[in-house]
Design a protein. Structure first.
Length: 199
């Protein structure tokens, strides 16, 4: 099933103290690396968020939130409205260990479901998940009701949960979904990369 790719790049990076999208990950920035991974599975990649003026990736569209300041849920809403395909793989740019293979696996699960999300130890991963355009009504209801938590979507739509046993095919589940919030997280990620985990 063809899906679009939505990169969430709108966070303010307050705990990191610097713009996470521009941190260097090998020869790419975190943002570029995330875009490249999604370009491995789709010809339609959108970046949601206010980016620096020097940002330019050929063939990638930039989209602004319709609901300002509402976090990832607002970003998913804006991305789905602009997406070329009926479903989109959403990936936050601060999850450097998610692989193209895992993204493609989640996308392949999306046929017949409104959402597909990994679930590890009972915890869902809403920022590495697939959402169909049919989720828009639910997302708008949440946003208009003052709710910002993305995971609230899953209990309201037909969701496929991908459990840890399947996720282990792509690596250690805890490592795969490691996300960067603080300078300490960044240093830990760099140590893991130097040790050979991720690319």
């Amino acid at each position: 099933m063809a899906v679009s790719g939505i990169v969430l790049a709108g966070g303010r990076s307050l705990r990191m103290g610097t713009d996470k999208t521009q941190l260097a990950w090998g020869k790419y920035t975190l943002l570029e690396q995330t875009v490249c991974r999604l370009l491995g599975i789709t010809d339609d990649v959108l970046v949601v968020g206010g980016l620096a003026g020097n940002y330019c990736l050929q063939g990638v569209r930039q989209v602004q939130d319709r609901y300002e300041g509402r976090g990832p849920l607002g970003g998913i809403h804006a991305g789905l409205l602009a997406a070329k395909y009926e479903a989109a793989l959403v990936l936050s740019c601060d999850m450097p260990f998610v692989t193209t293979e895992l993204a493609a696996f989640l996308a392949a699960k999306s046929d017949g479901f409104a959402a597909v999300t990994p679930r590890c130890g009972g915890r869902v991963e809403p920022l590495c998940a697939v959402y169909a355009r049919s989720c828009l009504a639910v997302i708008e209801d949440l946003l208009q009701g003052g709710e910002n938590q993305v995971r609230q979507v899953f209990s309201r739509v037909n969701t496929c949960y991908v459990e840890e046993a399947e996720l282990q095919l792509f690596g250690n589940a805890n490592q795969l979904f490691f996300n960067l919030n603080t300078p300490q997280d960044w240093q830990e990620a760099l140590r893991c990369k130097e040790a050979g985990y991720g690319s």
